[in-house]
Design a protein around this ligand. Structure first.
Ligand code: BES
Ligand code: MN
Ligand code: ZN
Length: 503
């Protein structure tokens, strides 16, 4: 799918050859839209004035073959005050209203929309037109091929538009890989996908197998993988956008391609959803795909420990003690708490990069789903500024998270009689105790953990991966590149200055 940004009046947009036109109508559009004599503007104003369209955000009025309008179908949609969130809701509603139609070419008129709103509009079009087809023999792939976004001043929103297109691309890659069933998204296949990304400019990829991982001493990671006949992979992605000496942000994504629970077997209902247990890994891949498009001046490393968690004659058993790469021993009291076991060795490995920030992303605990549901991801951090930056990135990207505590008292339950720690604490505060476990492997580094168990996929009627938190991660990395640029500025004038980039 191809997006194009153009400076267009409504009159010009109406003259384009396309199958459908979406006209975003904010509460101020009635006064400010150019071209008082243009028939489409008059039509829309009339519909609003006559209350033939409700004022609520997302309300739609469909029209068919309006005189003077080239696209056969037209959707007028209300966007309220025009915030990013409202635009997303409105565009999603308009896309649903137009669905069923064979819309190959779409014109989306955003008029005087602000930069953040243009980015949100692009992402909403991409999100609603995505179709999962990889393992369906009859399904039609996405129909939509071309989207022209018309605005009053293309130059003013160009950067936000480019970022929206890049995020949409990254989200889609993450959704696609997370949606694929366990037998179509094995650790080996994920590594292949990473290798493809490694061919893009600025990127490199290295894939370690069982031998190399054993040599590194990743005993916790190996313990999880040992019950499966699929060999584990440890994927190392690198994006270089700054000087070689510049400390990278390291992203770590949980890549359990299927989580049966192991010997601590999960119950059957909804176990299929555990194919999404590599959502963290998928979001790291998606973020790298977006980085390749935007090329920010920052170094980023992506680490993906990936394997299956299976019960087997050779599987790790409750009570087994394993030695992590850090040297710390772990009593595996519950084999279903496997995410932390693969992440802890990746976090130890990450230290060699002396990261400016170390961020892991994982579908880690059912407890986080209970705490925060599907709205906000759980955010844990050992530095206030890092927590604040990630929180703000989530707000700006409409991909929100919420900070959770890390008091040392929460680590009490991890004590073990037979090892340096157990891999589970009690039932209480399960998302926090999981984070406390991870914290034991990050040394003094600035570290954050995003528990995305509630937000990485949806169940029920709209079952499928969401691509979250690619928008949050990318927003954070772009902001981090700005902060780095400010630090590198030679004059002390930088104090108190704000980055010039618009959102
Ligand atoms: N992948 C699951 C977490 C999960 C559960 C995500 C449900 C989304 C929905 C993880 O590996 C797991 O099984 N965690 C256990 C930990 C427990 C044994 C301490 C859990 O949350 O039940
Ligand atoms: Mn599990
Ligand atoms: Zn899991």
């Amino acid at each position: 799918m191809d997006f194009e940004l153009k400076t267009l009046t409504l009159h010009q947009a109406a003259g384009l050859a396309a199958d459908a036109l979406i006209l975003l109508w904010s509460d101020r559009a009635g006064q400010t839209s150019a071209g008082p004599g243009d028939p489409l503007t008059l039509w829309a104003r009339g519909a609003v004035a006559d209350k033939d369209i409700e004022s609520a955000v997302g309300s739609c009025l469909l029209a068919h073959r309006l005189p003077g309008v080239q696209p056969r179908r037209l959707a007028l949609v209300r966007t309220g005050e025009g915030s990013g969130a409202s635009i997303r809701k409105a565009v999603t509603a308009a896309m649903k209203a137009l669905a069923g139609d064979a819309v190959k070419r779409l014109v989306l008129v955003a008029g005087d929309a602000e930069a953040a709103a243009v980015s949100a509009a692009v992402q909403a079009v991409a999100e609603t037109s995505y179709r999962y087809v990889a393992t369906k023999s009859q399904a039609k792939p996405r129909v939509l091929q071309k989207v022209v976004v018309g605005v009053a001043d293309a130059a003013a929103v160009r950067q936000a538009f480019d970022q929206g297109v890049a995020v949409a691309h990254g989200v889609e890659l993450a959704r696609e890989w997370a949606n694929r069933p366990g037998n179509h998204a094995t650790p080996t296949m994920l590594a292949q996908a990473a290798r493809q990304l490694g061919k893009l400019p600025g990127m490199s990829v290295e894939v370690l197998g069982p031998k190399e991982v054993a040599k590194l001493g990743m005993g916790a990671f190996m313990a999880v993988a040992q019950g499966s006949s699929e060999p584990l992979r440890f994927i190392v992605l690198k994006y270089q956008g700054a000087a070689k000496s510049s400390a990278p942000v390291v992203l770590v994504g949980k890549g359990i391609t299927f989580d049966t629970g192991g010997i601590s077997l999960k119950p059957a209902p909804e176990m299929d959803e555990m194919k999404f247990d590599m959502g963290g890994a998928a979001s790291v891949l998606g973020t790298f795909a977006a980085l390749a498009k935007l090329r920010p001046a920052l170094n980023v490393v992506g680490l993906i420990p990936t394997c299956e968690n299976m019960p087997d004659g050779r599987a790790v058993k409750p009570g087994d003690v394993v030695t992590s790469m850090s040297g710390q021993t772990i009593e595996v009291l519950n084999t279903d708490a496997e995410g932390r076991l693969i992440l802890c060795d990746a976090l130890t490995y990450a230290q060699r990069f002396k990261p400016r920030a170390l961020i892991d992303v994982a579908t880690l605990t059912g407890a986080c789903v209970i705490a925060l549901g599907g709205v906000r991801a759980g955010l844990f951090a050992n530095r206030d500024d890092l927590a604040q930056h990630l929180f703000e990135a989530g707000e700006a990207a409409l991909d929100p998270c919420w900070r959770m505590p890390l008091d040392d008292e929460y680590a009490e339950g991890l004590k073990s009689h037979f090892a340096d720690m157990g891999n589970v604490a009690g039932r209480q505060a399960g998302a926090v105790t999981a984070a406390k476990f991870l914290e034991k492997f990050v040394g003094d580094h600035a570290w954050a953990h995003l528990d995305i168990a509630g937000v990485a996929w949806k169940g029920g009627a709209s079952k499928g991966a969401t691509g979250r938190p690619v928008p949050l991660l990318l927003r954070y990395l772009l902001d981090e590149a700005d902060r780095l640029a400010l630090q590198l500025r030679p004059t002390p004038k930088a104090v108190g200055a704000k980055p010039v980039r618009k959102r």
